[in-house]
Design a protein around this ligand. Structure first.
Ligand code: FAD
Length: 544
């Protein structure tokens, strides 16, 4: 029977081991995990800070005894694999509790060592005792204990990715004063700049001091000095600026490392050694949209790769179509999800694209909790192939983004999305769901039915005295409007066409772009042809 060793006992490692057992009852399977816990919920760690997850023990999903009893899998926690000897097909293991080193032989080896939080040495004080990272149960316990024991009130979170945001939110919910510091001009890089302004507002509305385009220079006992010279009060600091794949073991064994820094694997998750597989955060994957290698540190892909690697060891064909990157986050009252490419990525990949930005209600307006959903959909020009989407709102953004992710995986187009038959009742959505609606607008744009300008251009338009018409009703206009915008409500448009210039471009907007679209269609039928819809309209503009 086969002897299969697994390095790393969490998302990828535990999934690979249990799948292997289901495929072969007689194999000897051993998991080596350098930490004290196997199979814990990394993704739930931040929620322990606020108390949403009440006790630390519940973060650990399985223990070595249960693995043995339920799966006949041996788990050795506190055992670090420190070397791979490929010619002998052995690994060298260090028992961290005793310091003893020993060798184990393998027929097949599966690596799922994950990725470790980045701590740049260039930051003065980066190894101070008040600096924390969040990767495992021990980390989160250390952070929570430190905050409690030292009665800490001011915490700086460095990095506005999803781990940084979740940590910031949960510490804020626990009553801390939070400074969130991000080197880029936006949080959540998978979202475009126009969409992410909604998240910036939510962060600030909840009393978090959001500092963008600035980085940490020096960490003191109760302060952080930023690159700009600004001093931020912080008795504790959480570094969440990203993760680095754990490739040391693989590299030292001479396994090939990919151009993005992850372990290189083939379509079956086999490394450059045919008896060694690698999965999870440590590997380089293939992005099926850009057709380029990339890295993707998410739990779903890690588990799928683990199953595929196990299958391949037992000669079960694997289907590997590459990744698209789908993720979701809750941030206070908002939910934000995205999939596929954003504008930055589409541009970088040289893909010709256009996009839709709509803000429909997520449920029928009469229903409780109906609220606007900001929805952006990218598609390829001229094919209409769907490339990506981003959704932010109070409602079910994940449902919408999952629909788009499904279509992307199946090479779907705007036509497919327009025709997609989805379930509807007023409590759940609208008869023409957000995603159907986006496809209709997308087809109009693709077919040149009307022209649009992005909401990010509005400031330039206003500064250059462009002719902007606000087609909302008078009371809406009076409650707040763009400087110099002329108010011609859609309900009066047909009587007031004489007021619309024909000698220069005219930009129209309403609250969500829908009435302005109707206005443009009416005016185009009357012969006007230099009209632009401001995509995102007033709801979008209000975030600038
Ligand atoms: P891991 O799950 O990190 O497991 C690797 C294990 O290998 C570690 O326990 C490590 O100790 C061990 N190890 C490393 N080297 C050795 C060695 N030499 N010997 C022995 N053991 C070793 N993803 C999502 O999709 N959604 C989320 O909401 C989400 N939230 C997250 C929140 C946090 C705070 C964190 C940290 C991650 C989150 N993730 C989320 C990412 C997700 O957890 C990872 O993508 C996933 O766990 C990767 O699985 P993995 O097996 O590659 O690595």
């Amino acid at each position: 029977s086969k002897r299969i060793l697994v390095v790393g006992g969490v998302a990828g490692g535990a999934s690979a081991a249990t799948r292997l057992r289901r495929l072969d009852e007689s194999a000897e399977i051993i998991i080596f995990e350098k930490g004290p816990h196997v199979s814990f919920s990394n993704c739930s760690l931040p929620f322990y800070l606020s108390g949403i997850v009440e006790d630390m023990e519940s973060l650990v999903l399985m223990d070595p005894e249960t693995f043995k009893a339920q799966y006949n899998i041996e788990v050795r926690v506190n055992n670090e694999v420190i070397k791979i000897n490929r010619s002998k097909k052995t690994i060298l293991v260090k028992d961290l509790s005793t310091g003893r080193e020993y060798e184990e032989h393998y027929d097949k080896l599966v690596l799922s060592p994950g990725a470790s939080p980045i701590r740049p040495n260039s930051i003065e004080g980066i190894y101070n005792q008040n600096v924390f990272t969040v990767r495992d149960v021990v980390d989160i316990d250390n952070l929570k204990t430190y905050i409690k024991e030292k009665s800490i009130k001011d915490v700086a979170v460095i990095g506005g990715g999803f781990i940084g945001l979740e940590v910031a939110e949960n510490l804020r919910l626990a009553g801390m004063n939070i400074s969130l510091i991000e080197a880029l001009d936006q949080v959540m890089a998978p979202f475009d700049y126009d969409m992410v302004q909604i998240l910036h507002k939510e962060i600030m509305d909840h009393g978090i001091d959001l500092i963008l385009s600035d980085g940490v220079k020096k960490i003191g006992k109760d302060y952080v000095e930023l690159q700009s010279g600004k001093i931020v009060k912080a008795e504790a600091l959480v570094m969440a600026i990203g993760v680095r794949p754990e490739t040391k073991l693989a590299e030292e064994a001479g396994l090939e490392i990919g151009e993005t820094g992850g372990i290189k694997v083939d379509r079956n998750y086999r490394t450059s050694d045919k008896d060694i597989y690698a999965v999870g955060d440590a590997i380089e994957v293939y992005n099926r949209l850009t057709k380029k290698p990339t890295r993707l540190a998410l739990a779903g892909p890690a588990q799928r790769q683990a199953r595929a690697a196990a299958d391949h060891i037992y000669n079960i064909p694997v289907r590997n179509n590459g990744v698209i990157g789908s993720s979701v986050i809750k941030l206070f009252a908002l939910n934000a999800a995205c999939t596929g490419l954003n504008e930055k990525q589409a541009k970088a990949a040289g893909i010709i694209y256009d996009y839709v930005y709509i803000i429909p209600q997520d449920k029928v307006g009469l229903m409780p909790n109906s609220s606007p959903m900001h929805f952006k959909l990218l598609f390829e020009v001229p094919t209409g192939r769907i490339l990506g989407a981003q959704a932010i709102g109070r409602g079910n953004v994940d449902k919408r983004i999952d629909v788009i992710a499904t279509l992307i995986m199946m090479n779907g187009t705007l036509e497919d999305l327009k025709e997609l038959e989805l379930c509807y009742a007023p409590m759940f959505g609208t008869a023409r769901d957000v995603v159907n609606h986006a496809a209709m607008v997308g087809l109009n744009i693709l077919n040149g039915v009307f022209k649009q300008v992005p909401v990010t251009k509005v400031r330039d338009l206003v500064e250059n005295n462009a002719h902007i018409i606000d087609v909302r009703e008078k009371y809406e206009y009076e409650a707040g409007h763009l400087i110099n915008a002329v108010n011609i409500p859609l309900s009066q448009l047909r009587q007031r066409v004489d007021e619309i210039p024909t000698d220069r471009p005219v930009y129209l907007h309403c609250r969500s772009s829908q009435r302005s679209y109707n206005a443009i269609m009416a005016l185009q039928h009357m012969g006007f042809d230099n009209l632009y819809n401001i995509s995102g309209s007033f709801l979008g503009i209000s975030y600038y």
